[in-house]
Design a binder for this molecule. Structure first.
Ligand code: ZN
Length: 310
């Protein structure tokens, strides 16, 4: 079969490889469509401590496919159900991951097959169903933000994640304000319940740009007594400074949000199927697997997500 594999940052190859054999409890899914996302682009550029541990590394994690004649989606992880985080009902500390969605076939590990793999609701297009994983992350982020009805929620980052966060905030009764972003991306805000703004004095700020500058901006923008959620990850050795005055004297709350949970994965699939927002608009490009390296090497300016078909 054909598969895209990441050899090193900037070195992505589509190659002929043996079709993987599922082990006990694992399932083999025929990929219909995979989606690109910001995490993959980041991994392509600088590697990733969790998602690209070997070389060559299987690549891609948002997909929809066929299993035993049924259309299914799976999240890219499942909690281990054994660690202290799982025991406390917090984020799992030993998440089981999958990768390799940019391929004809993908093996889904046993834990994921058992916990976060779901049949696709009737009528939901495969390239929309494949958004379940990023949308589940956004629902987790909005849960962590504890949005109350009427809260103004500034979102730093206007990519697909920023737009999905906006939809989740709006659905929770908040008022999403998207800060920054390119002109061509602002055209999408209205569709996802958001408006552009500077975010100054927001009740809640969600950092979804994944840069030290955005972390600092998030803490600078929120109102006294407000909440900041760090949604975008930084490199493992990053030590961004913190405005101690604001944190202490203005009693800010700063929380992290990472990844998704089985509960938000289920909720995301239902949210997609609801058709409440024009999710399909987030897929701006359609390419064949063979053209993936070229796309990552030089992403089009207007790219939100690309649907990649084998
Ligand atoms: Zn765990």
């Amino acid at each position: 079969m054909k598969a895209a594999r990441l050899y090193a940052p900037g070195d992505l190859r589509v190659e002929e490889v043996p079709r993987p054999e599922p082990g006990p409890g694992e399932v083999l899914v025929q990929v219909e469509v995979a989606l690109t996302d910001g995490t993959d682009l980041k991994t392509y550029r600088r590697g990733h401590p969790l998602l690209a541990r070997e070389s060559p590394a299987p690549f891609g994690h948002e997909f929809c496919g066929i299993l035993d004649g049924r259309r299914v989606v799976a999240a890219n992880s499942a909690p281990c159900d054994a660690c202290e985080g799982c025991a406390r009902g917090e984020q799992c500390r030993e998440l089981v991951f999958l990768a390799g969605a940019y391929a004809d076939w993908i093996v889904v590990p046993e834990r994921i097959a058992a916990v976060t793999l779901h049949p696709v609701p009737q009528g939901l297009a495969p390239q929309v169903a494949a958004m379940v994983e990023p949308l589940a992350c956004c629902l987790r982020g909005v849960d962590r933000a504890s949005v109350q009805a009427g809260d103004v929620v500034a979102i730093l980052g206007a990519g697909p994640i920023g737009l999905m966060l906006a939809a989740c905030v709006a659905d929770a009764g908040g008022w999403p304000v998207v800060v920054g972003g390119r002109e061509e991306r602002r055209a999408f805000l209205d569709d996802f319940g958001a408006e552009p703004g500077d975010g100054q004095g927001a009740d809640i700020v969600i950092e979804a740009a994944g840069s030290p500058e955005a972390w600092a901006d998030a803490i600078a923008l929120v109102r006294p007594g407000g909440t900041v959620v760090m949604f975008g990850g930084l490199p493992a050795d990053a030590r961004p400074g913190v405005d101690a005055y604001r944190l202490h004297y203005e009693e800010l709350t700063v929380r992290g949000a990472f990844h998704h949970t089985p509960s938000t994965v289920r909720a995301a699939l239902a949210f997609l199927a609801s058709g409440a927002y024009p999710w399909e608009r987030l897929v701006t490009h359609r390419i064949l697997l063979a053209d993936l390296p070229a796309l990552f090497a030089d992403p089009p300016r207007d790219l939100l997500k690309a649907a990649v078909t084998p």
